[in-house]
Design a protein around this ligand. Structure first.
Ligand code: ZN
Length: 280
């Protein structure tokens, strides 16, 4: 009996040790890939979630780039491919970007093949100018004033604020942040609808005016272009949204422009401008 008991218990003990080794080997062989997988997953998730309330400049630029890719790929923004025109707009844009209140991020200026008098900005330095607006402007100072206004939206990080509001209203903003694909989708919607608030528009005007003054453009260009659009009445472009009224914006701009220096500066040569855009 004792012998048998010992044999049994030894067997049990052996069985126990063997099963422990067996299960340990399963844990050990499985542990590495499991841990590796979760780390990769975490890394991927980390790169795909945007925390909008504390988004870094490089993340904002990346998001702007992804929104741009979607706008172009879907044909919602048809990029006008003409080296002369593109480099001219880029030249004006980079000049303004340098004197803006946010010169540290890269800026991308693109011309959109669209006859409506319009312009818009997304985020991370992405600015779009329609061919129709370029044709409507009479000189470089007027075109620069619109680009300056759009840079003003980037300086004010207006699109980030709107994206956050929209994500909250759609119930897609989690505590971790906003998923990359949803962020791009909302970014595209915002680029097309441009729901800039009254406060955002006035702020972009203020930033824009200071910027064109600093970069040496004649400040009168900003007022003359808005006046031109005001005369068009009901067909006012969406970049001059109805809130606030264009007349109110003109009045506020005029308060911040010294009439003695309004026409001092670059960009008032109408003929030079027409010659630069003749291929449009
Ligand atoms: Zn605006």
């Amino acid at each position: 009996m004792i012998k048998q008991f010992l044999f049994l218990s030894r067997n049990r003990w052996l069985y126990g040790v063997l099963s422990l080794i067996f299960s340990l080997s399963i844990i050990l062989t499985n542990a590495q890939p499991t841990r590796a997988f979760s780390w990769i997953e975490l890394l991927i998730r980390g790169a795909q979630i945007y925390q909008l309330s504390s988004i870094s400049d490089s993340q904002e630029v990346q998001l702007g780039k992804e929104i741009n890719q979607e706008l172009v790929k879907s044909g919602k923004a048809r990029v006008y491919l003409n080296r002369e025109i593109t480099s001219y707009v880029n030249e004006i844009g980079q000049r303004l970007a340098r004197t803006s209140d946010r010169p540290t991020i890269p800026y991308t200026f693109q011309v959109v093949d669209d006859d409506s008098v319009n312009a818009f900005a997304t985020m991370g330095g992405y600015v779009y100018i329609n061919t129709g607006l370029m044709k409507r402007a009479e000189n470089e100072a007027e075109l620069a004033s619109v680009i300056g206004h759009e840079i003003g939206h980037i300086v004010g990080r207006h699109a980030i604020k709107q994206m956050r509001e929209k994500a909250i209203s759609q119930g897609v903003l989690s505590a971790a942040g906003l998923d990359s694909s949803q962020a791009v989708q909302i970014g595209v919607e915002l680029a097309l609808s441009r729901p800039n608030s009254r406060g955002d528009e006035l702020e972009a005007d203020r930033f824009g005016l200071e910027n064109i003054k600093k970069s040496g453009y004649a400040p009168s260009g900003m007022v003359s272009f808005m006046e031109k659009l005001l005369q068009r009445g009901s067909s006012s472009p969406t970049f001059l949204s109805t809130h606030p009224a264009t007349s109110e914006r003109i009045k506020l701009l005029q308060n911040n422009i010294d009439s003695r220096t309004a026409n001092l500066g670059n960009g008032l040569d109408n003929r030079a401008y027409k010659s630069r855009i003749r291929s449009l």
